[in-house]
Write a protein that binds this ligand. Structure first.
Ligand SMILES: Cc1cc2nc3c(=O)[nH]c(=O)nc-3n(C[C@H](O)[C@H](O)[C@H](O)COP(=O)(O)O)c2cc1C
Length: 218
């Protein structure tokens, strides 16, 4: 299956087969996608909570109550559920941590002077969002959504069914995992696994605007 076919055949899975679990190798691949996803000036402003146990999924379902209860069975039925979190603040200490990690990973091995240059470039971007655009949180959240896209595309290519969810009581999730205390905010939840035969959504026609409507070829 090529990428276009994978994207055509993927769909928002509404009923998971609770007996079908994702193989460990495939889980490892998906986590590797999350880790290797790109972010602006390599800021990686994210953290992921991965639930594969009933107890873990029940904790995530503390955010699927009241008006969001419709999403609870999707979490319970999935093999794995991931809460994608964004950082709330990006302080100078974090920028230093990033730089040190890049040095450890050998980014500056060929040219050590690149370390200071890159720190300056990244700080310029960060300061732009801090002081001019005043949208650091929004900027970081966009990086998390980019990662969500990578995750969903990868799952589709691997034949793993998925459901991204924004329909969650995020303050309740925040409280359950003390996210704020860890400088984190929940952005989206993704259920992963395999569709149940009873999933009505599997056989519905895909609906998208036509290519003529959304592409301008120049
Ligand atoms: C960011 C995002 C949030 C979504 N939130 C929910 C949700 O909370 N519950 C749900 O059942 N579907 C949710 N969906 C699924 C969308 O409704 C679905 O992707 C869209 O209708 C297109 O259909 P398709 O994915 O089957 O092609 C969400 C999708 C995205 C990308």
């Amino acid at each position: 299956m090529n990428v276009a076919q994978a994207m055509q055949s993927r769909y928002a899975t509404k009923v998971f087969d609770a007996d079908k679990k994702i193989a460990q190798d495939d889980v490892a691949q998906l986590l590797s996608v999350l880790r290797n996803a790109p972010s602006s000036v390599n800021t990686q402003p994210w953290h992921f909570i991965i639930a594969s146990t009933e107890a873990g999924k029940a904790r995530i379902n503390s955010g699927a109550t009241g008006p969001y209860a419709y999403n609870a069975p999707k979490v319970s039925g999935a093999s794995h559920v991931i809460v994608l979190c964004s950082k709330i603040h990006m302080d100078d200490e974090y920028l230093t941590q990033l730089l040190e990690q890049e040095e450890t990973d050998g980014r500056f091995a060929k040219d050590p002077s690149f370390k200071a240059t890159y720190h300056k470039v990244r700080s310029t971007f960060v300061d732009l969002h801090r002081y001019e655009l005043k949208d650091t949180q929004h900027w970081m959240e966009k990086q998390v959504y980019l990662n969500l896209g990578a995750l969903l595309t990868s799952a589709a290519i691997m034949g793993v069914d998925a459901l991204p969810m924004e329909g969650f009581d995020f303050p309740a999730l925040d409280a359950e995992f003390d996210l704020r205390g860890q400088n984190l905010a929940p952005v989206a939840v993704v259920a992963l696994g395999y569709r149940a035969e009873t999933d009505f959504n599997a056989t519905l026609a895909k609906s998208r605007f036509t290519a003529e409507q959304i592409f301008t070829q120049i």
